[in-house]
Design a protein around this ligand. Structure first.
Ligand code: HEM
Ligand code: NAG
Ligand code: NAG
Ligand code: NAG
Ligand code: NAG
Ligand code: NAG
Length: 322
């Protein structure tokens, strides 16, 4: 008993030791705005809903924004900052340039939220809530979003280039890059299921449809019709990431992988005679299993290095620091 109680006090001792050094512990909570902005969810969801009614893909774009925010120095709204002549943000880093979208919807939400609760709700939290709402509206699982993140005063262009894995990634790179964020192989596979919605540009999947062998031949031919081998004017042509049902958040992404119809090289890496095959199979046959693990992954991803307490700020405008 004596040894177990002294063991139990060790983590507490370490936490107390580390706190003054700025290693703030994640202290997000689902009821963070319950008294300061009780209607925040009711304000955000209708804006997301009308944006998706106007353009269904925008839900996918908002989900991706959240991923690209969290993987670069944590979920701190850094991706939302615009470039200025003396500030280089993350928007033109390779994984983002000509590809991230949805900022105007985040602005619309922020305007509405500021009217109701001025200076209270961070842009990082708005993005977390809007990503959840997008998933739900498109038919995916629901969950309570942890809140209390604050917004960064900085962005990191080079970290955006190195921390977000490119679509050419092999399995070991995907595992390593998610692991750097504290996410497991299981989280990585489940979160990749985010590719059940949305689109990719020819430039993101050209290598896979022309050079790879672990791809269904007819599927490759179909995609090649709108994505020529030669680099050029058609680089931005789009194809659905989920060729079965791009408009609905479901487990079809995994069914595609089992048939070797993943659009990105990185997608098909998850099902390629590798240890992750069995998990892909499981999600392909069980929506329940996929949804449960996706939710776990989203909550873990949302916990990556948040700014809390007096760190960071609550931006007035998501595009610029106060
Ligand atoms: C596993 C590593 C991942 C890689 C290599 C990857 C890569 C990509 C690429 C290359 C695109 C297309 C970009 C373009 O051509 O414009 C894309 C789109 C997308 N990604 Fe990922 N992604 C990954 C993980 C994730 C995760 C974890 C999520 C969310 C949970 C996500 C959600 C999306 C969505 C929703 C789109 C479509 C966006 C739109 O239509 O605007 N991705 N991803
Ligand atoms: C982003 O894309 C634009 C348009 O293709 C290009 O001119 C610019 O050089 C790119 N920026 C970076 C930093 O690569
Ligand atoms: C930006 O990210 C790079 C690469 O991860 C890192 O080396 C650098 O220290 C970061 N810069 C700042 C100002 O945080
Ligand atoms: C995976 O890709 C990384 C670089 O992205 C490379 O260093 C490594 O050798 C590759 N691993 C395999 C097994 O191909
Ligand atoms: C991502 O993986 C690549 C290749 O394995 C590696 O060079 C890079 O440092 C990794 N980045 C992070 C943040 O883990
Ligand atoms: C396909 O492979 C060839 C030969 O290795 C290479 O030259 C070419 O750049 C690759 N194409 C794409 C789109 O990756």
């Amino acid at each position: 008993m004596t040894s177990s109680s002294s063991m139990a006090s060790a983590p507490l001792f370490l936490a107390v030791l580390l706190l003054p050094l700025g290693t703030s512990l994640a202290q997000l909570s689902t009821d963070f705005y319950s008294s300061s902005c009780p209607n925040v969810f009711d304000i955000i969801k209708p804006v997301v809903k009308s944006a998706i009614s106007a353009e269904r893909r925008i839900g996918a774009s908002i989900l991706r924004l959240f991923f690209h925010d969290c993987f670069v120095n944590g979920c701190d709204g850094s991706i939302l900052l615009d470039d200025t002549p003396n500030f280089r943000g993350e928007k033109t880093a390779a994984p983002n340039n000509n590809s991230v979208r949805g900022f105007n919807i985040i602005d619309k939400i922020k305007t509405q939220v500021e009217k109701a609760c001025p200076g209270v709700v961070s842009c990082a939290d708005i993005l977390a809530i809007a990503a959840r709402d997008s998933v739900v509206i498109l038919g995916g699982p629901d969950w309570n979003v942890k809140l209390g993140r604050r917004d960064s005063r900085t962005a990191n262009f080079s970290a955006a280039n190195t921390d977000i894995p490119p679509p050419t990634s092999n399995l070991s790179r995907l595992i390593a890059n998610f692991s750097s964020q504290g996410l497991s192989v299981k989280d990585m596979v489940a979160l990749s299921g985010g590719h059940t919605i949305g689109k990719a540009r020819c430039t993101s999947f050209r290598g896979h449809i022309y050079n790879d062998t672990n791809i269904n031949f007819r599927f490759a031919k179909t995609r090649q019709a709108n994505c020529p081998r030669r680099v050029g004017s058609q680089d931005r042509n789009l194809a659905p990431l989920d060729q079965r049902s791009e408009r609905v958040f479901n487990n079809d992404y995994f069914k595609n992988l089992v048939e070797h119809k993943g659009l990105l090289h990185s997608d098909q890496e998850l099902f390629n005679n590798v240890p992750t095959d069995s998990r892909v199979q499981k999600y392909a046959t069980s929506t329940t299993a996929f949804f449960a693990d996706f939710v776990t992954g989203m909550i873990k991803m949302g916990d990556i290095k948040p700014l809390t307490a007096s760190n960071g700020e609550i931006r007035n405008n998501c595009r610029k620091v106060n």
